[in-house]
Design a binder for this molecule. Structure first.
Ligand code: ATP
Ligand code: MG
Length: 458
């Protein structure tokens, strides 16, 4: 099946060494207990074990429609934990990461952004039985005729193909469109091909191992495959995974005209999708599921900094959670008791109480110096920075005094300093120099206070 390929729906961003590239998983043992340092994660054991249970339930498809809140002070690994969850789930479970601020788009309504994201997180695995002709091409005979507008040009009129499997040899005749595809794709004797009986789509699967070319040509770049077993005409099962958002898109475009191909060939971009389209997609998916032809894989929608959502967005989410086709929603926030955006109501984390009530909360805590040191060591490996022991000690002190984030920044800057000074390894002096050149948040606040009157206010 050379041309049928799953398109992963996860958004992949180009990353060199991002803030979380060192995170490879949750670092749990087989009983889901956290190992202090594993898979790039350090400490924060309770949160990691809780996340482990969540991952297990997601994998078993038991958690759809649930909300999980990651709550804790800044820099305590909430985003890192969510990244670890996505790594654990693997590439086949849709995992969409967005920031609370992304709902404020000037082109789309807040609810539309959220609904779009929710639908990207639901995978639909569709199984379809299709009748196909399949076999090694033994003989081709193309009949041509004069072009209707240009008598000097020949165009294919029909084709006669002999296909061979392990079991039989059959000759079939087909019309111009199949002949054209065979000519365009340069398909010749010896190829194993598959023709969809209904649509007439031709797929070149590769070169048959048993064919004369397959045996003799060493330098044929095509994939070599065995001659298909069974009969030439057979029913085959095709499996593809789409997300509800993909299906919405395809349907919306189909309504506009142009069919599925306009998706690949460009064409008008649909900014908002009609409710009608979505309802139709939901109906057809439900029908397929009832008939046993499709399976739903609820993924994860991770909304980072979700205190940036406002009441309208929260109430929409609350309602969406209760519908049938929903993913698992993970919200992360570093806010304490604060006002819910768009209101003057104060509430824990700035979330509406009814949403909190329907969620489970995973708390993250500040790190002890030992864990900070370990995280810094892992980061230095990730960034390929050679640290002297004393430099790591100094960095750990900086981290414990100000914040983990600040010390991670200082690590990169100290490495740059060492390179400039042509030091082989990063020394404590490099760390101290950089620490004295830059301000952490405490020092910045102090600085501002000192010059309060002299700083511009507008
Ligand atoms: N337990 C950990 N093990 C390894 N690295 C960690 C751990 N916790 C945090 N980090 C790393 O420290 C940095 C800060 O953590 P992170 O961004 O996850 O914090 P956060 O809780 O999301 O903070 P904020 O509330 O500001 O968004 C990141 O580079 C992250 O990968
Ligand atoms: Mg974060």
């Amino acid at each position: 099946m050379a041309t049928i390929r799953e398109v992963p729906s996860k958004v992949r961003r180009f990353e060199r060494i991002g803030a979380h590239t060192h995170v490879k998983g949750l670092g749990l043992d087989k009983d889901l207990n956290a190992v202090k340092v594993k898979d790039g994660l350090v400490g924060q054991e309770k949160a990691r074990e809780a996340a482990g249970l969540v991952v297990q339930m997601i994998k078993e498809g038991k958690l759809s429609g649930k909300t999980i809140i990651l709550a804790g002070p800044p820099g305590t690994g909430k985003t890192a934990l969510a990244v670890a969850v996505s790594r654990e789930l693997g590439p086949n479970v849709p995992f969409i990461q967005m920031s609370g601020s992304e709902v404020y788009s000037s082109e789309r309504k807040k609810t539309e952004v959220l609904l779009g994201a929710i639908r990207k997180c639901i995978g639909v695995e569709i199984h379809e039985m299709r009748k196909v002709y399949e076999g090694e091409l033994k003989a081709i005979d193309i009949k041509t005729t004069a072009h209707p507008y240009n008598p000097y040009q020949k165009v294919p009129e029909s084709i006669r193909l002999t296909l061979k499997t392990e079991k039989e040899e059959k000759t079939i005749e087909a019309g111009a469109s199949i002949a054209q595809q065979i000519m365009q794709e340069n398909i010749s004797e010896g190829s194993v091909i598959q023709i969809d009986a209904e649509t007439g789509r031709v797929v070149d699967l590769g070169l048959s191992l048993e064919s004369a070319k397959g045996k003799s040509y060493d330098v044929d770049t095509r994939r070599k495959i065995p001659r298909p077993p069974g009969k030439v005409m057979k029913e085959k099962e095709f499996v593809y995974t789409l997300t509800l958002a993909d299906m919405d898109e395809i349907n919306a475009r189909r309504r506009l005209g142009g069919g599925i191909f306009s998706m690949f060939m460009g064409g008008s971009e649909t900014k908002e999708i009609d409710t009608e389209v979505r309802t139709a997609v939901d109906e057809s998916v439900k029908k397929l599921v009832d008939e046993g032809k499709a399976f739903i894989h609820p993924g994860v929608l991770f909304i980072d900094d979700s205190h940036l959502l406002d009441l309208e967005a929260f109430s929409f989410l609350g309602r969406a959670i209760e519908s049938e086709l929903v993913p698992i929603i993970i919200l992360a926030t570093n806010r304490g008791v604060t006002t819910i955006r768009g209101t003057d109501v104060r509430s824990p984390m700035g979330f509406p109480l009814d949403l909190i009530d329907r969620s489970v909360i995973i708390a993250t805590h500040e790190y002890d110096p030992e864990s900070i040191g370990e995280i810094l060591r892992i980061r230095s490996e990730e960034e390929k920075v050679d640290l002297e022991k004393k430099a790591l000690k100094k960095l750990t002190e900086v981290g414990a005094k100000s914040s983990l984030r600040y010390s991670v920044q200082i690590l990169s800057l100290a490495a740059q300093n060492a390179r400039t000074m042509k030091h082989k390894k990063v020394s404590a002096a490099d760390v101290e120099r950089v620490d004295s050149l830059f301000m952490d948040i405490g020092e910045a606040a102090e600085h501002l206070r000192k010059y309060e009157e002299k700083m511009m206010m507008h």
